[in-house]
Every structure is written in structure tokens, then in C-alpha cells.
Write a protein that binds this ligand. Structure first.
Ligand SMILES: Nc1ncnc2c1ncn2[C@@H]1O[C@H](COP(=O)(O)OP(=O)(O)OP(=O)(O)O)[C@@H](O)[C@H]1O
Ligand SMILES: [Mg+2]
Length: 382
């Protein structure tokens, strides 16, 4: 898909900003603090119904304003046009999402319709941070490509919250009956095994994609790998039914421990994915450059995976990604990106096209200054 126009009102430091975008690489350029990332954030509202980093919508309306609006014109790969509009009112904390003038009944129904891959410096923590960062990554990719997964995941979280309340009550002696956990265990195992199953299937398919992308950016042979072992040393079952039975078995075996801790200790909410390079743990051994190349490969792998799963080319947002990369590697990454679809790149560089030795002929440069567009033009590069 392609975003052809974007218009935002009272969004962060933008009062009213409109941009026209090209089908290839769009550069959002300008000095620090001028409002480049805010534009990426606005596009994330169109595709994900929310900010890709802010924890709350209430932070987003321009200071002194009670609402914000984002409107975009999107054309699908098949040529179908969409006008997508998000409006948020702080007073009532209400967010309205409209597609072609019709309000969508639930925000979750939008996920996956307009796929997007966003890569910003915070995403570096997927390779350097704790397990929750990698779970977030998994959930973002799989949810966009499978509505069933997203539904199971939301269901799992809801059952988990309620089961945790029961366990905490048991720990505090507020309730103690033996049969109390059984119905929660059934639901937790049913939804949890569905999540486990889909994560397992995803990683099996995704790991070779990452390896193939990674090989574009390095001359030497380095083999990245993603490994998922939710059951520890135990072999992963051959069917989802067996997996659900194993889940229940583990719950039974650890019930006393869970009662003692007053919380659920088994399930997808405790998962991790091991990231390795040539068989060695990335977090313990990799250099900064290797981390960076790994995370770029994860993100571009996510792009290729979503493209094939959603039957729609995702938008690719790269926020401040090239700050630490040398010019040669930057040029390789951009050469890769410009072949795959529409991309938005932010940079403080005045003239990235010349200095990165780009080989495509047409780009769009959009200069942002003080929450407004100072200049936007299509650049033809000889
Ligand atoms: N709700 C808001 N209302 C008005 N201004 C805001 C709001 N939230 C953030 N800002 C302002 O937006 C600016 C930051 O914008 P943004 O993060 O898009 O900058 P940037 O161009 O990406 O800069 P950098 O190159 O440093 O990443 C800051 O000046 C900040 O004060
Ligand atoms: Mg920024």
C-alpha cells in the first residue's frame, strides 16, 4: 500500500501540517525537536490506531488543545483508495476511527488492515533488553498478520489477569477453595496454547527470513538465528491439542508454587526468544554493529513477512535509524529499502541523498521546522 497524503491537526507540536508523499523513499528532514518523529507517530495512529511509543493518547494533543486529528489517503496494492481518519477528544478520552467516512466498530478490527513496520532507536532494546521487549516484537508482528492471534492474545491477557486475582486472593487467605483455579486453568491452557502454537509457527518461518535479510548487509558469513523454547528442555508437541494438555500438566505440577507466589508462573507471558549469531547468545557476545545489523534484519524481515501474510505491502518507517551507521552500510540498507516499497526516513542530515550516494532517481524531501512544513519537493537525482 501507499500513503499518498497526510494531514494532521493539533498533533504534538503540529498545528496543521499537510504532506504529499511519493511512492518510494520520503525523507523527513530537519533539526532536532522540530516534529519529524511526530509525523511518524501520526502515521502509526492511522495503521495501528495508537502511538508506536507514547503510553497514552492524552499526551498527544497539542499543548493547550483538547483534541487531535490525523487523516491519510491510502491506496492498497490492488488500487483501492481509502480515506482513514482518527480523531481523539481528551475530555471524554474518546478515539474515533473512520474508514471512508464510516466509523469502525472496534479499534482492534483495524489491526492488520494497513500493515506498518516502524523502526526507531527504542527498538534496539529488542536485541539488548529483557524478554518482554522480544515478546512485544512477536506480538506486534503476529497480531498484524493474524487477527485470530490478536484475539487469542487479548483473551489470554484477560484470563491471566483474572486468574492472577484468584491466586493473589488465595495467597492472602481471602479465598482458598480447591476447585477455584480449575475453570481458569482450562481457559488459560486453551488460549495460552493457541498463542504458544502461533508463536512457534511464526518463529520457525521467520528465522530463515531474518537470516536471508542479514546476509545482504554483511560481507562475512554470520548466521543469525531465532530460537523459541517455551517449554524449556521439553520437546514442542506435534499438535495444538497436545500442547494444551502439556500446559495443563505443567499448571498442575506448579500449582503450589503459584499459590505461594500469588501469580501465574506458566505461559506465554513468561516467554523469551533466544537470539543467536553463529550459535552464540547475541546479548552476551555481539558487538554494537552486530546488534544494529540484527535489529535492522528483524525489522526488514518483519516487513517481508507482513507483506506475504497480509497480501499488502506494509509502510516502512525508519526513525533516526542511520545515526550510528557508517555511510557504506547506510547506502546498502537504503538500496535494499528502496526496492521493497514506500518508506519514510527521518534524518537531521541536510542533504542525505547526495551524501549516501543513492541510486534511485526520484525521492521526496519534506523539511520540518517548528511543527510545520518549511518546504516539500520531489527530488530527481541524476
Ligand atoms: N503534546 C505536545 N504539544 C506540543 N508540542 C509537543 C507535544 N509533545 C511533544 N511536543 C514537542 O514536539 C517536539 C519533538 O518533536 P519530535 O520528537 O517529532 O522531534 P524530531 O524532529 O523528531 O527531533 P529529533 O531529531 O531530536 O528526533 C518537541 O519540541 C516537544 O516539545
Ligand atoms: Mg525524532
Amino acid at each position: 500500500m501507499v500513503l499518498s497524503e497526510l494531514s494532521i491537526k493539533n498533533f504534538r507540536n503540529h498545528t496543521h501540517t499537510s504532506i504529499e508523499c511519493c511512492r518510494g523513499v520520503n525523507f523527513l528532514l530537519g533539526n532536532n525537536g522540530q516534529g519529524k518523529t511526530n509525523i511518524i507517530e501520526a502515521i502509526s495512529y492511522l495503521c495501528l490506531t495508537k502511538s508506536f511509543y507514547a503510553g497514552s493518547d492524552t499526551l498527544v494533543p497539542k499543548f493547550g488543545e483538547g483534541m487531535f486529528e490525523v487523516e491519510g489517503r491510502i491506496v492498497s496494492d490492488g488500487g483501492k483508495p481509502f480515506v482513514v481518519r482518527v480523531a481523539y477528544l481528551r475530555e471524554t478520552n474518546e478515539k474515533v476511527f473512520m474508514i471512508n467516512g464510516r466509523r469502525v466498530p472496534t479499534l482492534s478490527s483495524v489491526i492488520g488492515k494497513f500493515p506498518i513496520v516502524i523502526f526507531s532507536p527504542e527498538h534496539g532494546s529488542v536485541t539488548t533488553g529483557g524478554p518482554s521487549e522480544r515478546r512485544k516484537f512477536l506480538d506486534m508482528v503476529i497480531s498484524q498478520s493474524s487477527r485470530a492471534y490478536f484475539k487469542d492474545l487479548l483473551g489470554y491477557r484477560s484470563v491471566l489477569r483474572q486468574r492472577n486475582r484468584v491466586l493473589l486472593d488465595m495467597k492472602l487467605g481471602r479465598q482458598g477453595g480447591n476447585g477455584l483455579l480449575a475453570p481458569w486453568n482450562e481457559q488459560l491452557a486453551a488460549l495460552g496454547s493457541a498463542v504458544w502454537w502461533k508463536r512457534h509457527t511464526f518463529i520457525t518461518e521467520f528465522s530463515p527470513v531474518v537470516r536471508s535479510v542479514y546476509s545482504h548487509f554483511v560481507d562475512i558469513e554470520e548466521r543469525p538465528f531465532l530460537e523459541y523454547r517455551p517449554l524449556g528442555g521439553r520437546e514442542f508437541p506435534a499438535t495444538q491439542e497436545e500442547l494444551s494438555a502439556v500446559f495443563l500438566e505443567i499448571l498442575a505440577a506448579r500449582e503450589n508454587e503459584e499459590r505461594r507466589f500469588g501469580t501465574s508462573l506458566v505461559g506465554p507471558h513468561r516467554d523469551d526468544v533466544a537470539l543467536t549469531l553463529d550459535g552464540r547468545d547475541l546479548r552476551s557476545y555481539a558487538s554494537q554493529g552486530q546488534h544494529k545489523t540484527f535489529i535492522i534484519s528483524l525489522k526488514l524481515g518483519e516487513f517481508l513477512y507482513l507483506k506475504s501474510r497480509c497480501n499488502e505491502t506494509p509502510l516502512l518507517m525508519l526513525d533516526d535509524v542511520f545515526a550510528e551507521l557508517d555511510d557504506a552500510r547506510t547506502a546498502r540498507v537504503i538500496a535494499y529499502i528502496e526496492r521493497v516499497g514506500q518508506a519514510f526516513l527521518t534524518s537531521t542530515h541536510r542533504n542525505p541523498i547526495e551524501s549516501w550516494d543513492m541510486n534511485r532517481t526520484e525521492y521526496r524531501t519534506i523539511f520540518i521546522d517548528g511543527g510545520a512544513v518549511a518546504e516539500q519537493k520531489t527530488v530527481v537525482h541524476a
